[in-house]
Design a protein around this ligand. Sequence first.
Ligand SMILES: *Cc1c(COP(=O)(O)O)cnc(C)c1O
Length: 362
Amino acid sequence: MLKYQVTRNPNPRSAAERAAILAAPGFGKFFTDHMVAIGWDKDAGWHDAQVRPYGPLSLDPAASVLHYGQEIFEGIKAYRHADGSIWTFRPEANGARLQRSARRLALPELPVEEFTESLRQLIAVDADWVPGEPETSLYFRPFMIATEAFLGVRAAQQAGYYVIGSPVGAYFAKGVAPVSIWLSEDYARAAKGGTGAAKCGGNYAASLLPQQEAYANGCSQVLFLDPVEGKYLEELGGMNVFLVYRDGRIVTPELSGSILEGITRSSILQLARDRGLQVEERKVSIDEWKQGVASGEIAEIFACGTAAVIAPIGELKGKGGFSIGDINAPAGEVTMAIRKELTDIQYGRLPDRHGWLHKLSD
Ligand SMILES: *Cc1c(COP(=O)(O)O)cnc(C)c1O
């Protein structure tokens, strides 16, 4: 394991400032007093692990991440339990995914145990930044960038791995409410053979223009279709999608090579199986969605990811003014039951029967 050098922030936020932030943190706006940084180069491998004051990175303007986008990231939370202890959820799955993303982006693979340790190191100095109100958490943003100062086009021989932490409030401040989503027919988020299955900034860059189109049409998220035929559901810009049938089946698009394999998605598949629901991972066409909602055969649709956990989808809108679903209908029962079960496990209110929780601090 890497040995960390810990440098305390000489000017941390005061307890009063921190309390004011934690009372209304929003999402991704505020950051803790410290960060983790680990260096890598081709010869020395991983080295120089640090916990240091949160602050700007110093990058050479020729650093390849700035030119060729060699970057990957993760998203994972720390949850405070009723007894004050701090836990995270399936970190070995996020660590393994960071390794898969690294392979695809030709970045170095951080050992999974070092990934989990990097989260623990941040909590060791910033535990007070983990809020305790219901549905709040500390969101970790681990990321890796190519830092080599070289404009030649090849995998960088120098990289940096960092973890920052951001306290986040309840995603649905006024209670879970269905969202409207926009069907993107002009743009795909990922290509066949591309980087869709890797968690990389480039996929998000490609999703921002369609995301603007969604906002302009009163929707909060974009639904992308497969990049080859433009016919089958893939996912939203940053969340996977599920359909619940009236007959009790629960269906999600199968991993296609361009879908990001969510850890929330995989946890929901497990909880649905545990409930005795029939689970299907297969191709789902957009026509199946439209016809199923119109006929009532599809009873509930939801999106899922670490940030929102589960967001019910009330309505799908798209080009030509079509709209399907009822945004005023309440969130579905299966959707809400699975959401409650998953968050109850994360916050320690239900037994952790799958061994998903990992303690970061007493
Ligand atoms: C992170 C992400 C998800 C959700 O993954 P979780 O592990 O459940 O948070 C889904 N789609 C994309 C494109 C993502 O980047």
